[in-house]
Design a binder for this molecule. Structure first.
Ligand code: GLU
Length: 305
């Protein structure tokens, strides 16, 4: 067993019990049914080496982690223009809050808020013929796995309960910051939230962010080095809900989390790491997953600081 694999085993043993202090997301019924005791962790290095432990090969709903891929696609499609319609400041409010959007006249604080992701969806719908299929193809290509797909049960659940997202979309439209129909934007958004991946796939798919924008598996340039820096900066400052400051303090890595209990983080020039444990802390980040990442950076001494 490699030293890294041994470290991951030790982290799983230490982190798994932490999950008991968290709560699985219940506002999307399909997520409430996921067994709370699952715990997976995977590291993929730039040379492709994989180190994994626990339930690292079981797929789960990536939820807001999809926002990382959609903002990447939007940057590829229209570049800096997206920042005329969405900001890049931490919000200090919940990811699905309506209040700030009203006060700030329909310009979401950042692309990782639900409102920001709805604007990004609108950008992609305008820039691409088959926008969602292209997003899915992009994720499959980055992960090296053609079977990654939408989880239909989660999708139905999102559609049936996404009233707050519908409210956000209506708000955005009323301020003129959506150009497509609300139903089309929501359909794109719900579908991206419902994509299922496992920890190994997730870590591998984020490797271009650890490699100055080049996918190390295919050699393809996904983002320019400058765009890559910017996406990492967004992850660090806005990627873990309104706990991004605490997360940077504890873990010290650019990361993106989702309410399915996944978190993906990158260590530039070295590796990407993904964890999954469904119970969340009050801000919406995986409780044991955040704990595990703190252990990882503390044990290895690898962080961006
Ligand atoms: N589908 C979830 C929602 O729209 C995503 C939330 C998240 O993972 O942050 O509320």
């Amino acid at each position: 067993m490699s030293a890294l694999a041994g470290l991951l085993e030790a982290i799983v043993a230490e982190a798994r019990p932490q999950a008991a202090r968290g709560t699985v997301a219940r506002y999307i019924p399909a997520l409430a049914r996921v067994p709370a005791d699952r715990f997976g962790i995977a590291v993929v290095e730039l040379d492709g080496s994989v180190h994994a432990s626990g339930d690292a090969h079981e797929r789960f709903s990536i939820q807001s982690i999809a926002k990382l891929f959609s903002v990447t696609q939007a940057l590829r499609a229209i570049g800096e223009g997206i920042f005329l319609r969405v900001g890049r400041e931490p919000s200090g409010t919940a990811f699905n809050s309506l209040v700030q959007l009203e006060v700030e006249r329909g310009i979401p604080r950042n692309p990782f808020l639900n409102a920001g992701a709805l604007v990004v969806a609108d950008v992609l719908l305008g820039a691409r013929e088959a926008a969602f299929d292209e997003l899915l193809a992009f994720i499959r290509e980055r992960a090296g796995s053609g079977t990654i797909d939408v989880d239909r049960e989660v999708l139905d659940s999102e559609r049936a309960t996404g009233f707050r997202n519908a409210a956000l979309a209506n708000f955005l439209r009323s301020f003129g910051n959506l150009t497509h129909g609300i139903d089309a934007v929501l359909a794109f958004y719900f579908a991206q939230c419902s994509i299922a991946m496992n920890c190994v796939e997730l870590a591998r798919s984020a490797l271009f962010l650890a490699n100055r924008g080049v996918c190390p598996r295919t050699g393809e340039r996904v983002l320019t080095p400058s765009q890559c820096k910017r996406v990492n900066a967004l992850m660090l400052t806005c990627g873990t809900y309104d706990a991004a400051g605490d997360f940077a303090y504890e873990v010290g890595l650019p990361a993106k989390s989702g309410v399915g209990g996944g978190i993906v983080a990158v260590i530039p020039e070295r590796l990407a790491i993904a964890v999954w444990s469904p119970p969340l802390d009050p801000k919406g980040n995986s409780l044991a997953g955040s704990f595990a990442l703190e252990r990882f950076t503390t044990h290895t001494g690898w962080s961006i600081f």
